[in-house]
Design a protein around this ligand. Structure first.
Ligand SMILES: *[C@@H]1O[C@H](CO)[C@@H](O)[C@H](O)[C@H]1NC(C)=O
Ligand SMILES: *[C@@H]1O[C@H](CO)[C@@H](O)[C@H](O)[C@H]1NC(C)=O
Length: 485
């Protein structure tokens, strides 16, 4: 029992000793870091370029990592991106012997304490010139400073929307020192492209690379060269959103327009269908115009809308003209001979237009009509036979019989000769009147036939333009879909 307690207390002591020693080492490291910091920054100024020889150039290595595309504003031509900017350089005054400080080889200190190169985005489109973020820098014993800073940049980007929504864009991000010239600070791009390994997929844009090139520019004001590094962000738009929301509805609506020619003229809806389609397209066009910059380059989809709207305007105008032809009616001139040959004979056969209303009759009805015609024919034949039979008889007998009939119908009983003669003239007048009525009916029939002919002309023209416009709509849709592929 006693031995046991002694053993356990021994272990306790050992534990305590270990803890104390460990803490001493820790505090020794902390102490060294503290000492190092005080010694380094005793007479350090972060205002001056940290080179021993001021004639010598300071190399700053720049690396950009694209993390996210936050927004592409086509209308204002601004690209908002989330970048990580890593700069590294050698500070000649911040070096130490790491053996003197217990092997301490790097410290992390606020970046505001050390000198920083004033590298800025040249093509910034932001209105506030905010200071760089005060993140820490990593300071290595040989003087190498690495500064990682996140930044949300708004850069101007020339957006060419000629091929919207099947367009690609190139946005330049130019970084350079604002005050130091090429003899004081030289910018070196660490890789020959921006780093895209941490890029978060964007819903609208595909990234096709971010090459970096170094340029040396001599500005008008000064003779010194100013180096800069330009990252070109190559973007391709994912167009399916626009295809489904802007293009397909328009294509579907435009296929309705030629059907306006197929509508029966008496429905009174022909013109209003065209106008409705036109209005629907205007809504889509306004939507596109709202997101596009007001530049001279009309986007592809805008051109498609304009072409479709022009076509529908033309079709509506044609519909109005054809409606006039349809309502020519019986007072109009007869259909001219050429139109009769071209439209009624040839075109009606090409476009399968039969007589007005005929395509609605079923084959059975047609048969009935034929039977009726046959019956009429038979009737007429019998009538003719009877008449010829009658004319072969005694004329007087006939007259007497006729007069008798007439007297009966005139309500005259037991009439004498005078009355009979009177009745004969009355009969002549009647014949005249009947002839007049028959003429009227014949004229009416002829006029109606004329109206029907005009109606058929209108129908053939309708059918002709329907196919023409269908083909046009089809080709235009193919053209714009072909651009997508
Ligand atoms: C800077 O980089 C150039 C080459 O890019 C090199 O010749 C020069 O020695 C470097 N200067 C320093 C101070 O490292
Ligand atoms: C973008 O930068 C590249 C390389 O410096 C240059 O060739 C191109 O003209 C620039 N584009 C624009 C729009 O400034």
């Amino acid at each position: 029992m006693k031995r046991n307690s002694l053993f356990s207390s021994c272990i306790c002591l050992l534990w305590l000793l270990t803890a104390v020693v460990l803490q001493a080492v820790e505090s020794a490291k902390g102490k060294y870091a503290h000492m190092l910091f005080n010694e380094l920054f005793e007479d350090y100024s972060n205002a001056l370029r940290p080179v021993e020889d001021t004639d010598k150039v300071l190399n700053v290595t720049l690396q950009i990592t694209l993390s996210q595309i936050k927004d592409m504003d086509e209308r204002n031509q601004i690209l908002t991106a989330y970048l990580w900017i890593r700069q590294s350089w050698h500070d000649a005054y911040l070096k130490w012997d790491k053996d003197k400080y217990d092997g301490l080889d790097s410290i992390r200190i606020p970046s505001s304490l050390v000198w920083r190169p004033d590298i800025v985005l040249y093509n910034k489109a932001d209105d506030d010139f905010s200071e760089p973020v005060n993140t820490n820098v990593v300071l290595r014993y040989d003087g190498k400073i690495t500064w990682d800073a996140p930044a949300i940049t708004k850069s101007s980007c020339v957006v060419d929307v000629s091929y919207f929504p099947f367009d690609s864009q190139q946005c330049n991000l130019t970084f350079g020192s604002w005050t130091y010239n090429g003899n004081q600070i030289d910018i070196i791009n660490s890789l020959d492209s921006g780093d895209l390994s941490d890029f978060i997929e964007d819903v609208e844009w595909e990234i096709h690379g971010m090459p970096a090139v170094k340029n040396v520019v001599t500005y008008g004001c000064c003779s010194e060269p100013y180096p800069d590094v330009t990252f070109t962000l190559i973007l391709k738009r994912k167009s399916s959103f626009y295809i489904f929301n802007l293009l397909l509805p328009c294509i579907l609506i435009s296929f309705l327009a030629p059907l306006g020619f197929y509508l029966p003229a008496d429905s009174g809806e022909k013109v209003s269908l065209g106008v409705t389609v036109l209005l629907a397209l205007t809504v889509f066009q306004l939507m596109v115009a709202e997101i596009m910059p007001p530049s001279e380059n009309v986007p592809l989809i805008g051109k498609y809308y304009i072409a479709t709207m022009t076509m529908i305007t033309a079709s509506t105008a044609l519909t109005i003209i054809i409606m006039n032809v349809h309502h020519c009616g019986s007072e109009a001139k007869p259909v001219p001979q050429w139109a009769r040959v071209v439209i009624l004979d040839y075109m009606s056969k090409i476009f399968f237009v039969y007589d007005v209303g005929e395509n609605c009759t079923s084959p059975q009805r047609k048969k009935e009509q034929e039977q009726k015609l046959e019956r009429d024919d038979r009737c007429q034949r019998r009538h003719k036979e009877e008449r010829s039979h009658l004319s072969g008889r005694n004329d007087c007998d006939l007259k007497e019989k006729r007069n008798g009939n007439l007297n009966k119908s005139c309500g005259i009983h037991g009439g004498n000769i005078r009355e009979t003669v009177d009745c004969c003239s009355c009969y002549k007048i009647l014949i005249k009147n009947i002839e007049y009525i028959a003429n009227c009916v014949r004229d009416h029939k002829v006029n109606r036939a004329k109206g029907v002919e005009w109606k058929k002309v209108a129908k053939v023209m309708d059918r002709f333009f329907m196919w023409i416009f269908f083909i046009m709509v089809f080709f235009m849709s193919m053209l714009i879909i072909g651009k997508a592929a």
